[in-house]
Design a binder for this molecule. Structure first.
Ligand code: SAM
Length: 286
């Protein structure tokens, strides 16, 4: 290990990393906090960590200090790359940096995963693409996926939607997708004041572990479609919100054993899975 790394404020000044809104940049400079986030997945000494948006490297440093076997970080902002290279040198190349857009990454190839590797995603996600990335990772065709867990920071309101239970206002598409395919919990909340610059809202970290889905025979595209339709008009009764899907909404609901006057937010994840399965059967073919 080479000499001490400078405090993050100094890194930001030295490399002129003034936060840019266009990149969704709100940096965490408290290394105690980033180490706390890095500990959420548990022991990571056997894990290859994929981090999106390391910025000046606060969370990256937390992950490396917590003993991650290797960290692969994708950062879009070219200004951050030299600061990250210093961290890589300090940690004897346990950090690999890739400049680019995380939305375009083929992660297993980038991480060079081979049979038996344990991979985890840990990121303080840029707000502008955070939900898109989560959906990308939850809707992989191959399940179980290439990662063993997701530990992700979102705006608190988004985190609450991911973990929401039926009957709550926050319950929706993200809750059903996440809870269909795994176990998810809210791991910690982080006040806006912990960031530089502080965003308008508080943040929270969720931790997701993939499991076997509730019913693996359900086609993902059918589940996504019925969930989108049902929540597209969440205040309407299902008999109205599920119209125009190419099948009779009332017969679909009856087949699934659901009440046509119910609304989307009262359905459990298992109900949605059943609805998607019946929808697939009524459509026939694939
Ligand atoms: N991890 C750092 C921290 O906790 O202080 C920075 C988090 S900041 C909320 C989000 C980071 O994601 C920024 O560094 C930003 O430049 C980067 N970013 C934004 N869009 C990105 C994208 N599409 N792909 C990769 N990185 C992106």
């Amino acid at each position: 290990m080479s000499s001490e790394l400078p405090p993050l404020r100094e890194v930001i000044t030295n490399y002129e990393l003034r936060a840019k809104k266009s990149f969704g940049q709100n940096f965490l400079l408290d290394l105690n906090l980033t180490s706390k986030i890095a500990r959420v997945p548990g022991d990571i000494s056997d894990s290859i960590i994929y981090e999106v948006g390391p910025g000046p490297g606060g969370l990256t440093r937390g992950l490396l200090a917590s003993g991650a076997k290797h960290v692969v970080a994708v950062e879009m902002d070219t200004r951050c790359i030299p600061a990250l290279a210093d961290i890589s040198n300090h940690y004897n190349d346990r950090l690999t940096i890739q400049q680019g857009d995380a939305l375009d990454m083929d992660e297993p190839a980038l991480l060079g995963l081979v049979e038996g590797d344990v991979a985890r995603i840990v990121s303080n996600l840029p707000y502008n693409v955070g939900t898109m990335l989560l959906v990308k990772w939850l809707t992989l065709e191959k399940w179980k996926p290439w990662y063993s867990s997701l530990t992700l920071m979102f705006q608190r309101e988004v985190a609450e939607r991911i973990v929401a239970k039926p009957g709550s206002k926050a319950y929706g598409r993200l809750s059903v997708l996440a809870q269909w395919r795994g176990k998810v919990k809210l791991a910690l909340t982080v006040p806006a004041a912990a960031f530089t610059p502080p965003p308008k809202v508080n943040s929270a970290v969720i931790h997701f572990e993939p499991t076997e889905p509730i019913d693996a025979s359900v086609k993902l595209k059918h589940l996504e479609y019925v969930v989108a339709k049902a929540f597209g008009q969440r205040r309407k009764m299902l008999r109205a919100s599920l119209k125009g899907m190419g099948v009779d909404a009332l017969i679909l609901l009856e087949t699934a054993g659901l009440n046509p006057t119910d609304r989307a937010e009262t359905l459990s994840v298992a109900d949605f899975v059943c609805l998607a399965k019946c929808y697939g059967q009524m459509l026939g073919g694939d």
